[in-house]
Design a protein around this ligand. Structure first.
Ligand SMILES: Cc1cc2nc3c(=O)[nH]c(=O)nc-3n(C[C@H](O)[C@H](O)[C@H](O)COP(=O)(O)OP(=O)(O)OC[C@H]3O[C@@H](n4cnc5c(N)ncnc54)[C@H](O)[C@@H]3O)c2cc1C
Length: 565
């Protein structure tokens, strides 16, 4: 079925290499957008073990936009609090769920569980996951990409053809060096992580709804739930005198008792005992021609703040909507070109932030330890300061330098009431639709359920005269039917025909966008980031932006326009 969808001579529109969480999410997103897709994976069975077991709020929003979040939440624990201890002293707990998102609680599961759900979803969406295929070569030409693969260890060589390729083949990527995008990771010496997934009994809460982190002399430890009633205990510490091998259960229990101060702490039924060392780095680019890097193939993350897989999930969603629009002929080149700068820039920023947090957290001398001990008694939220960010939930991920950004709102009003600028995440807000209290997010992401739609938010700024300009703007973008207008009205209700009218009498949505008393148009991308803003009566600027992003207006017959509605 998948092949039938693809254009002649191509096995699929997109081939994804690697069925880790990022390759599978990319495949799911492409199928969600109606694009034919194959995933090639060298392993015949999925990898075991929990590895990345958390989903932060912002990645959950992105996963919700492609219809995956709820399936993943079914096999995950919801976390609301993080507890921090510095040399035995408790600091102010962080209410991690205190973020303005429809999905504020962090989900904790296991990477093996996440991959199983993603695989089931991908196959249910008609995607082909071909296991036992090792990709050994990639050749590009003007029309597409030829993938060379070997089935099994000594099997024959095969070739597959696609229009675009996503390399999600992990940290030891075969494809990255073929594109000239390899990088030398920075290694952090004299430090080791020892880790166990096991059943935990101790004097603190057994409920899988909070996390514990401990700063202890020359080390940092965490205790986190793992799906199935297990806990992960990890210890990042100076490796002096520590044997260079996986730890035993007894060794882990002994260090856990010492660090947590709980002499009753008992570990049993170990699922995974492991040790690792640290390196980090970012690829100098995320795209070459028709091939794109996603997930660990483009970056190596330090294990601080559980960011690695979560950052890769942004890559998956970001490349999928761009490829879908491009393949459907709905995008000017700037859309696909912007992936490289946006995601490459974000990974470089995150990597530098993590390296700072890691050095603070793990490479502490006696002086820092003493200062921390004193500060723990006085400073609220010390824990979040130590992590190098108070944005572990990735809510602040933004693309300030994106070639897709354009802003023509300016002046004093913009300075006094700043709203989200192009590149920033479009915030949620309570609105009323047909008498029902609901939220703006429902009208932002993939507005008709499965497409790569862009939402045009038309704010009246509480002005009774704005209606005419707003409807003119709506008419001006009819030539790009994937733009879905929404009237956000604080003033008198105007009839919008088929256009959803969102009542905002209390100005919550206007306030969130800095647009009280300011009629304006805000164009939001399929990933929920603002692309463009202008005054409500400057539809000409909106049209110019659309020509740049989507190409010239397409002449559509009335029947095509009706189908697009
Ligand atoms: C101990 C540990 C703990 C971690 N904890 C966290 C955490 O708490 N939070 C977090 O966000 N991240 C965490 N991470 C990081 C997380 O596991 C990775 O970021 C994540 O696995 C990246 O997913 P991926 O799909 O990019 O790559 P991978 O999971 O590595 O998947 C790549 C896939 O590509 C396949 N492949 C490779 N080469 C080829 C080829 N030539 N042909 C075909 N297939 C190929 C591989 O077999 C593999 O299945 C942790 C990692 C480890 C090791």
């Amino acid at each position: 079925m998948n092949r039938a969808d693809a254009k002649q001579d191509f096995d699929a529109d997109v081939i994804v290499v690697g069925a880790g969480p990022i390759g599978l999410t990319t495949g799911n997103a492409l199928r969600h957008h109606g694009i034919s897709c194959q995933i090639l994976e060298e392993r015949t069975e999925p990898k075991a073990y929990s590895r990345a077991n958390n989903l932060w709020a912002r990645p959950q929003e992105l996963l919700a936009g492609i219809g995956l979040r709820d399936a993943l939440a079914e096999n995950a624990y919801a976390i609301h609090t993080i507890n921090f201890f510095v040399n035995g002293t408790p600091t102010t707990p962080i209410p991690i769920a205190d973020v303005a998102s429809p999905y504020p609680e962090v989900l904790y599961s296991g990477q093996d569980v996440i991959e199983r759900t993603l695989t089931d979803e991908f196959e249910a969406r008609g995607g082909l996951l071909d296991r036992g295929c090792t990709v050994t070569g990639v050749e590009q030409d003007d029309d597409g990409v030829t993938v060379v693969l070997r089935r099994g260890k000594d099997g024959p060589e095969e070739r597959r053809r696609c229009r675009y390729l996503v390399a999600a083949d992990g940290a030891k990527s075969t494809i990255r060096p073929m594109l000239g995008l390899d990088f030398e990771p920075e290694r952090l010496p004299n430090c080791m992580n020892r880790q166990v997934d096991a059943k935990l009994s101790w004097r603190r809460s057994q409920k899988p709804d909070q996390l514990w982190f401990f700063y202890y002399e020359r080390g940092f430890a965490g205790i986190l739930p793992v799906w199935g009633g297990y806990h992960r205990l990890f210890f990042l510490a100076d490796d002096t005198g520590v044997p260079d091998r996986d730890p035993t259960l007894e060794e882990m229990q002994a260090v856990a008792r010492e660090v947590t101060g709980d002499e009753t702490l008992t570990l049993s039924d170990p699922q995974w005992l492991t040790h690792s060392r640290f390196q980090y780095g970012v690829s100098p680019g995320y795209a070459r021609g028709r091939v794109f890097l996603a997930g660990d193939a483009g970056h190596l993350s330090l294990p601080i703040g559980g960011q690695g897989m979560n950052a890769g999930l942004h890559d998956a969603v970001e490349i999928a909507w761009r490829l879908a629009m491009t393949l459907r002929g709905e995008a000017a080149p700037v859309i696909l070109d912007s992936y490289d700068g946006e995601r490459g820039g974000e990974h470089a920023r995150l990597s530098a932030q993590q390296a700072r947090g890691f050095r603070w957290t793990v490479y502490r001398g006696r002086v820092t330890d003493t200062v921390l001990g004193l500060a723990a008694k006085a400073l609220p939220n010390l824990g979040s300061l130590l992590q190098g960010t108070d944005d572990m939930q990735q809510m602040g991920v933004e693309y300030p330098k994106s070639s897709l950004n354009e802003d023509s709102l300016s002046g004093l009003a913009t300075l006094l009431r700043p709203g989200p600028k192009p590149g920033e995440r479009a915030p949620d807000a309570e609105v009323t639709h047909r008498g029902e209290t609901t939220n703006l997010f429902r009208f932002l992401y993939n507005p008709d359920g499965h497409t790569t739609g862009w939402a045009l938010l038309c704010f009246d700024g509480r002005s009774p005269d704005a209606g005419t300009s707003l409807l003119e703007a709506v008419r001006a973008v009819e030539a790009w039917p994937w733009i879905k207008p929404r009237l956000v009205l604080a003033g008198p209700m105007a009839g919008g025909g088929k256009i959803p009218v969102l009542s905002d009498m209390d100005g919550k949505a206007h306030g969130a966008y800095g647009l009280e008393a300011r009629p304006a148009l805000v164009l939001v991308r399929p990933d929920g980031h603002v692309a463009f803003r202008c005054e409500a009566d400057r539809a000409d600027r909106l049209v110019a932006y659309c020509r740049k992003a989507f190409g010239a207006e397409v002449e559509r017959s009335p029947s095509v326009l009706a189908a697009a509605e």
